[in-house]
Design a binder for this molecule. Structure first.
Ligand SMILES: [Fe+2]
Length: 342
């Protein structure tokens, strides 16, 4: 087979996938980097309600974005679901979303948890917490993100890499609240307090704290929740050795981020895509979506039956629009580079 005809076959598959819904059965093509079991209930719930079949393409964030870039205008993707406002912002910068105006979404999702132009929307929230070794740190000894830069913690802090989106978004929030100069002093301070060079994910930081390699770290709440709900006794033990703090309750509030989604630029099934986003904001879907990763719903009044989340206190959340985390991302990366936080 010549390379020419092979190319033709690849193109015609892509063209078939992009056929309008009316020419075949009603479908929604969903690109997602979420892969939680409870998400299955979401898709069957949507299909039951609308008769629209959900085709899922699941991959890691970077692989998905690369795929969408390669597909360009021929992309069959209707909705992109991913985590962290910083990643949604990146996809927006790459022109992957189209703006959506929906009274349902505007009314149900708080204004600070969606992109003001309607390019993407938050459907659950996560919080970035301080975690400490209960045997080495007293409750109340650390209360703010800023405290992590205090020389008192020299050689006692574990942090994951600065290129990680969670840390970029956190510093993005700090730039907004403290200004660039103080945000840089903070990054410098934390960097000089590190017990070890940044390595691994949030769960690895929690394990290092539990094992006594360092005393304090930062983690998203669901990693801590996962350890406490684990079937493995050694993982539950890690969770039990660690205390958590909702930082900055007396100042700007704990940094919160989102899992979110937007309608893709070339969505062949645009109406189905909007209906899907509106479905994600329904009470039923909010429970599945949030609970799948031990996160909080964004819609007011929706209760999740989750024993670990129920243990968390009500807390003051940063009210900043999550789109700011993206806007400040290039500055945040420059600061981390300047202070040599790997
Ligand atoms: Fe995560």
């Amino acid at each position: 087979m010549s390379s020419f005809s092979f190319k033709t076959i690849v193109l015609s598959f892509a063209a078939l996938a992009a056929l309008p819904a009316s020419a075949q059965e009603k479908v929604l093509n969903l690109y997602s980097s979420r892969h939680y079991q409870t998400d299955d209930a979401l898709y069957t719930g949507f299909t039951r309600l609308t008769g629209i079949k959900v085709n899922r393409i699941e991959a890691g964030e970077d692989a998905l974005i690369e795929r969408i870039r390669n597909e360009g205008e021929r992309s069959p993707g209707d909705v992109l679901v991913t985590v962290d406002a910083g990643r949604l912002w990146r996809a927006e910068q790459l022109g992957m979303f189209q703006p959506i105006k929906s009274a349902v979404l505007d009314q149900r999702i708080p204004a600070n948890l969606r992109e003001p132009g309607g390019h993407w929307f938050g459907f659950s929230t996560r919080a970035r917490l301080i975690a400490y070794n209960k045997a080495k740190v007293k409750a109340g000894e650390i209360a703010t993100y800023e405290d992590l830069a205090d020389p008192k913690w020299k050689g006692r802090v574990c942090m994951r890499s600065s290129t990680n989106i969670y840390n970029l978004s956190l510093l993005g929030a700090m730039i907004d609240h403290l200004g660039e100069q103080k945000a840089e002093q903070w990054a410098q301070g934390v960097r000089s307090n590190l017990a070890v060079e940044p390595k691994g994910g949030d769960t690895d930081q929690l394990k290092s704290v539990a094992a006594g390699q360092c005393d304090v770290t930062i983690t998203n709440q669901y990693y801590y929740a996962r350890l406490l709900r684990s079937q493995k006794p050694d993982e539950r033990q890690v969770g039990e050795r660690v205390g958590i703090v909702f930082p900055n309750q007396k100042t700007w509030g704990t940094h919160v981020n989102i899992s979110g989604a937007g309608v893709m630029k070339h969505a062949p099934n645009r109406e189905a895509a909007i209906r899907f986003l509106e479905y994600l904001a329904s009470d039923e879907a909010q429970r599945y979506f949030a609970d799948g990763n031990n996160e909080w719903p964004v819609v007011a009044g929706v209760k999740v039956d989750n024993p670990v989340l129920a243990e968390f206190p009500d807390f003051k959340r940063d009210a900043l629009n999550v789109a700011m985390l993206g806007k400040n991302q290039p500055n945040a990366q420059r600061i981390y580079d300047r202070v040599a936080w790997k």
